[in-house]
Design a protein around this ligand. Structure first.
Ligand code: AHM
Ligand code: MG
Length: 340
């Protein structure tokens, strides 16, 4: 990994314009989208910092489109993303975990070339306990006629993503993203109010020694998944086992750890929920894009995540993501069952 310090003084805006201008005929539109996303990240980080003072912790009492409890901060984070793109004409459509239907921005009619998919606040069960949170985004190009109300133009494979990334709200706020030419990390300088490039061309270790999964669900898993977990826990120092378990309840935080340290995260298929828990278009596919760009793999256990064709916008998928060797091994266990 190429470690840069913030003294290199490369703010996100300068970086994205410079990158985009390297492409002939570029309009700068994509850089402007990244800057609006960064603005949303900064505003959400501010909300999280003061939530304890503003009665913004806890649930709204409502359920979202997924049937899950909506936290007040889920709703606020979703509103912030809408506010930074509304009236801009930059992005045509926003699809979010918190909204049943795509949100169409009328100012973009006839010019907005992009749709943005969002998990506005990932890991929101962590809000009440001051544990890490994230936001995930994925950008797709729309056909020239734009979004006409038919979901079909939005149901694109992960391989069609133009860019994807996440914000991680931890002890510091970071932005990690890829446009398909490597993975870049930016750190928010709270005093200056800007994101600065801190790492370029991030590479995930080829093999790790950490697994991240909700082991409390073992009884719901298929036997091959339990067997795999037990394999990772066996003591065999020459093959680097046992692995250490690390699980925060925030996908972004756990996958970021895996990106930097190696190993794998998995949220597998369950016997009663073979589709898994995580959402394809705004959780699994964007993180798979980042991890693949860093040299790792993202899999459903049987298929590359980026090749899964969405049937619905809020589709779920089992997710196995991380270091190349670890995911190849996990797939071997998953396939062993499909062959019996
Ligand atoms: P969310 O986007 O509604 O927060 O749900 C996704 C989260 C992930 O961040 C996390 O890895 C997982 O769900 C935790 O689920 P569980 O509590 O079942 O372990
Ligand atoms: Mg999430």
């Amino acid at each position: 990994m190429n470690h840069l310090s913030t003294t290199a003084c490369l703010p996100l805006s300068t970086f994205t314009f410079r990158e985009q201008m390297a492409h002939a005929g570029s309009s700068g539109e994509f850089s402007r989208i990244m800057i609006q996303l960064a603005l949303a990240g900064k505003l959400i980080a501010r909300e999280l910092r003061k939530a304890g003072f503003n009665q913004m912790l806890g649930s709204t009492g409502a359920l979202n489109v997924q049937g899950e409890e909506v936290q007040k901060l889920d709703e606020r984070a979703n509103d912030i993303f809408l506010e930074v793109f509304e009236h801009q004409g930059l992005v045509s459509t926003l699809v979010s975990e918190e909204m049943e239907k795509p949100f169409h921005i009328k100012e973009a009619d006839g010019k907005g070339k992009y749709a943005v998919f969002l998990d506005p606040l990932d890991g929101s069960s962590n809000t009440d306990v001051n544990a890490p949170l994230g936001s995930i985004f994925s950008i797709h190009r729309l056909p020239p006629e734009g979004f006409s109300g038919n979901d079909e133009v939005l149901r694109k494979k992960g391989t069609d993503q133009v860019a994807a990334g996440y914000f991680l709200y931890g002890p510091s706020v970071i932005l990690v993203y890829t446009c398909g030419n490597g993975v870049f990390q930016f750190l928010l300088d709270q005093n200056v109010g800007d994101f600065f490039l801190t790492s370029a061309a991030i590479q995930i270790p080829q093999k790790g020694s950490i697994y991240s999964a909700n082991e409390g669900n073992q009884g719901k898993w298929f036997p091959e998944t339990r067997n795999f977990l037990h394999f990772l826990q066996e003591v065999e120092p020459q093959s680097g086992r046992p692995y250490s378990g690390r699980y925060s309840g925030c996908l972004v935080a756990d996958v970021h750890r895996i990106l930097i340290k190696g190993g794998l995260y998995f949220y597998p298929a369950e016997i009663k929920k073979p589709e898994g828990k995580l959402r394809l278009m705004y959780e699994a596919a964007p993180l798979a894009f980042v991890i693949e760009q860093a040299g790792g793999l993202g899999s459903s256990g049987l298929e590359r995540i980026k090749d899964v064709v969405p049937k619905t916008l809020h589709q779920r998928v089992p997710l196995w993501i991380g270091s190349r060797d670890d995911i190849v091994l996990a797939e071997t266990f998953q396939r062993s069952a499909s062959q019996t």
